[in-house]
Write a protein of this length. Sequence first.
Length: 170
Amino acid sequence: MRISQFFSFRFFSLCLVLASGVALANSAQAAEVLSAELDGAKKNILLQVRHGGGCGEHDYALKLKGCFESMPVQCQAELVHKTNDFCEALLHRTAVINLEATGIKGDYYSGGSLTISGSNGSKVTVELPETATPMPPFVPPTVTREPAVSCKTHRGSDSRVDSRSFSNPL
């Protein structure tokens, strides 16, 4: 292998490494979850997170993993942290996650819990708000009695008519 071929190969390899680094820049990065609480209006989760960075923007979202069919419901979600920031400062941020945008809305989630997982085995649990929809009061059904029904039956070619009176048992 000649020297010019060696340097061409090295330059090509360096370009591949840099290109793969650009592809990684758009992927999800590790972020630990430290604590979580609902905001005053109970429409957002205020999530305290810790991750590397310091030179760029950071986007946060929750990926709902599923729910246990219990009463109240218990759901699991994973924190998704997207960034193009590969600086090395340790940042502490508050991620604001809208419950409705995550798909957590309605009576099904009322009073349930959401456990959010982050990197390094970090987990926090937040209690979901009770819905404002009150249960309707129980109203027993009303039963009405129908009048007796008269039935006439024809038997064969016989012209006799059998009249019987039946009453509805309800």
